[in-house]
Ligand binder design. Structure first.
Ligand code: BGC
Length: 447
């Protein structure tokens, strides 16, 4: 199979992630009436998938270190299908909640397994682009969920909105049956012949046997080195301390800088800014979704050329500036031209997220940990990401009520500046390095 097709198949996990987190905002309007949801229960229906994702991500790491990446992705795809169908046919609230919890579990597992699998199967020089295909799928899933949401809105067909998530789940399951296990995982578990076969399948006929052997040797040497260093399998190993600080730190910054207040609540924000007509706020929301996809494409083109750090720093600086303008626009008051300043700064903010923190977070956490502990360490960072996603989703509306919109966005701006300093000081450049070579990247940063 062609390398890009392999990557696109594995990245379908991102499509489910994006679709299923995005679809709920549109569906909620109808679920509210169908299930007579109180504001509290609306919050529960929205966030139960995030909770499930945090739990799923917590299990995914050690399970995938143990049983392999591929079987777990397969099981996850099936969980998606079941969860989507259960939510779609629900007639009682608890069934809906159970379905959304299942979908959330699937999102959590696949949010870390898709980048993990992609990083472990991609050649070093194009790893950034390959892993970021996952983020492209996430943003595409969000955009599609917005469009489907509007498409079905007239008829109030929330069952179709939720049920359609089953489709990409089925495609992912089918696709994964054709894909090989990660050669790094196979080699690490002593299945060298299988690892060679998997590499051959991944690299295709264009690659000579010698190049395959060289890559396999690199993987083996890495695994042997890790084994000497006591396997680096305990999370308290001092060698894992800095990678964990960076991975978890970026996870927290990806969320506390506020991206999902826009992704989940864009129409509400636009209406508060004075774009009161439904069509203007729909147009603005779809625009935000499209810019998110477009700028992710730009990031994919740049990420293996200019490197991860530059994109992160430019992205964070741009996000901070956009948030200051956004807070300022709300400070001056809603309506008229200011409504459009709000829309423009919000769109710019999402664009800067999409060239930096969006793709680069998921990429870096798939790169910076040693193979033997990669699953578990990525799991820790991913749980932190979903946990803080939940915290922000649950506190945003209260923050707006309590301290007002300008102060809320200024708060996110201040946290973005902190993220900038964090990146400047602690995040290593990983561009072009073999996954086997990451310890050298850490050593360089220490110097
Ligand atoms: C984040 C999600 C976010 C999405 C927006 C992802 O990288 O993890 O929380 O909704 O980007 O594009």
């Amino acid at each position: 199979m062609h390398a890009a097709l392999i990557a696109a198949t594995a990245a379908l996990g991102g499509l489910l992630f994006g679709y299923d987190t995005g679809v709920i905002s549109g569906a909620l309007l109808f679920l509210r009436d169908a299930f007579h949801l109180s504001p509290l229960m609306q919050g529960v229906v929205t966030s139960i998938a995030l909770l499930g994702a945090a739990v799923g991500a917590g299990f995914a790491g050690s399970l995938s270190d143990r049983y392999g990446r591929r079987p777990l992705i397969l099981v996850t795809a099936l969980i998606f299908v079941v969860g989507s169908l259960v939510s779609a046919v629900a007639t009682a609230l608890w069934v809906l909640l159970a379905g959304r919890l299942l979908v959330g579990l699937g999102i959590g597992v696949s949010s870390m397994l898709a980048p993990l699998y992609l990083a472990e199967t991609a050649p070093a020089e194009s790893r950034g682009a390959m892993v970021s295909l996952n983020q492209l799928m996430i943003t595409t899933g969000i955009l599609v969920s917005y469009l489907i949401g509007y498409g079905f809105a007239a008829g109030g067909d929330w069952r179709w909105m939720l049920g359609l998530g089953a489709l990409p789940g089925l495609v992912l399951a089918g696709g994964m049956l054709a894909l090989p296990e990660s050669p790094r995982w196979l080699a690490g578990h002593g299945h060298l012949a299988d690892a060679r076969r998997a590499l051959q399948a991944l690299r295709g006929t264009g690659e000579t046997a010698r190049a395959i052997e060289a890559e396999l040797d690199g993987i083996e040497a890495d695994i042997a080195r890790e084994a000497k260093g006591r396997g680096r399998t305990s999370l308290s190993d001092p060698a894992l301390r800095m990678p964990l600080v960076v991975g978890v730190g970026l996870a927290v910054f990806q969320q506390v800088t506020g991206i999902n207040t826009v992704i989940y609540f864009a129409p509400t924000i636009f209406q508060a800014a004075g774009l009161s007509s439904a069509s203007a706020s729909i147009l603005a929301t779809a625009g935000v979704g499209a810019v998110n996809v477009a700028m992710t494409l730009v990031a994919i083109r740049l990420i293996d050329r200019v490197g991860r750090r530059v994109l992160l720093l430019v992205g964070l600086a741009g996000m901070a500036a956009s948030l200051v303008v956004l807070g300022g626009a709300f400070l001056l008051g809603a309506g008229g031209a200011l409504g459009w300043v709000t829309a423009a700064s919000l769109t710019a903010y999402v664009g800067f997220f999409a060239i930096g923190l969006g793709p680069v977070f998921w990429l870096l956490i798939s790169e910076i940990f040693p193979t033997a502990a990669r699953g578990r360490c990525m799991g820790v960072a991913t749980v932190a990401n979903w946990g803080f996603n939940l915290v922000v989703a649950l506190t945003f509306l209260d923050l707006v009520d309590g301290i007002g919109r300008p102060a809320t966005f200024f708060l996110y701006a201040a946290l973005t500046v902190l993220g900038f300093v964090f990146t400047l000081r602690l995040v290593p450049e990983t561009k072009g390095r073999g996954l086997e070579d990451m310890e050298a990247a850490w050593a360089e940063r220490r110097r």
